[in-house]
Design a protein around this ligand. Structure first.
Ligand code: NAP
Length: 350
């Protein structure tokens, strides 16, 4: 064997070993940190410091969008905001599930100003026509909002198989990243009209602690792993929030990402059945998972840090110690460029 080939092989083996050790460390650190902080018991402990008056703020008539609002954390968020007097637009992909959730929220809150919008957030076409219904006079069926005070990007999923959408995107990426990006960008004009009170809240996940940013947004390299793709997507959401805060700091819009903790929801039962079973009785309720989302929606903006990552009503670290997940600005800049060009190139196709 030639000396140069041997050197390359040794180098590859060392890199693979380092990556393996790093992944193992990240997963272990996340498991321990999560067990100590993300369960229901931890929520009850953390909630001893919560101020009840924080949740008594009314946001009467303020327009709020909640995506994925028919189930789990999104349902509890929509219900919580509606009970504070907000006008809530629930964005759901399925009409029957959406209507059932809508009538539950209207009757539990007594708030008639809760509405349903049907949109599959894995499709840029659908997101664009949904955004048009809210902001353009050129569409026959329109809602025409003057202002948008709260945009809650909650819809998300963890798909274990590599599924491609009809528009050609890997499904986890399409909903968790591209859907979040497109919805937010297209709603910016309406959010600006609600400045300086406007805010965008993105429901990320503590799972992002195990991932660093990568430009392989659609997991095209290597063997597909849905759990890892989900973690990568959730990392992008946190970095994107930070980037939006920087890009739009003069527009009077606050951008926040958050982790709900480990909550018992239909999504967790479906995507992580083993975890759901072994943590049975230890998971938060969906209301507890939604607590920080609603809190971020209600607090005076001066109390909040735009670009911050929140957990249990406080700013939380974006990286675990020694996990080597911190990213350079260059990567998020190039990710934003990619997302923007997907959105723009889609424009030219329709
Ligand atoms: N539960 C947890 O422990 C936990 C932890 C960390 C982060 N999160 C995050 O919390 C958010 C809510 O999750 P959840 O646990 O409440 O799960 P869930 O019960 O499955 O809720 C997810 C919601 O997103 C909707 N959704 C999925 N794909 C969509 C699409 N293509 N278009 C429109 N809506 C779509 C779902 O609609 P359908 O009902 O039609 O499927 C559902 O309403 C997610 O972003 C998740 O990553 C949850």
């Amino acid at each position: 064997m030639k000396k140069a080939t041997l050197h390359i092989q040794i180098h590859i083996s060392i890199t693979a070993l380092i990556m393996f050790l790093l992944k193992t460390w990240r997963a272990s650190a996340f498991g321990v940190y999560g067990y100590l902080n993300f369960t229901r018991n931890a929520f009850l402990e953390h909630s001893k410091k919560f101020q009840p008056e924080d949740m008594q703020i009314r946001i009467e008539g303020k327009n709020c969008i909640v995506t994925g609002a028919n189930s789990g954390i999104g349902f509890s968020t929509a219900e919580g905001l509606a009970s504070c007097g907000a006008t809530v637009y629930m964005v759901c992909r399925n009409k029957e599930r959406g209507e059932a959730a809508l009538s539950k929220i209207q009757s539990s809150t007594g708030n008639p100003n809760v509405h349903l919008e049907i949109c599959d957030l894995s499709s840029i076409s659908e997101i664009k026509s949904f955004a048009s219904r809210f902001s353009s006079k050129d569409v026959p069926v329109h809602v025409l909002l003057e202002t948008l005070y709260r945009q809650v990007n909650n819809a998300g999923l963890m798909e274990h198989k590599r599924v491609t959408t009809s528009e050609g995107f890997e499904l986890n990426f399409a909903v968790n990243v591209l859907g979040t990006y497109a919805t937010t960008e297209l709603m910016l004009p309406l959010l600006e009209k609600a400045a300086p009170d406007a805010r965008v809240i993105t429901v990320s996940s503590g799972g992002m602690y195990t991932a660093s940013l990568t430009s392989d947004l659609q997991f095209s390299d290597g063997k597909f792993d849905g759990v890892e793709q989900y973690a990568r997507n959730k990392r992008v959401q946190v970095a994107l929030t930070e980037k939006w805060a920087e890009m739009y700091k003069h527009k009077g819009i606050g951008f926040y990402s958050m982790h709900p903790g480990w909550a018992e929801t239909p999504g967790v039962a479906k995507s992580l059945p083993g975890f759901n079973k072994s943590f049975s009785g230890k998971l938060r309720t969906s209301e507890e998972g939604a607590d920080t989302v609603i809190w971020l929606g209600l607090q005076p903006k001066e109390k909040l840090v735009s670009g911050g990552f929140y957990f249990d009503r406080s700013e939380a670290p974006k990286h675990l110690k020694l996990a080597a997940t911190s990213h350079s600005h260059a990567i998020i800049d190039s990710i934003v460029d990619t997302l923007r060009s997907i959105l723009v190139s889609h424009d030219s196709k329709i």
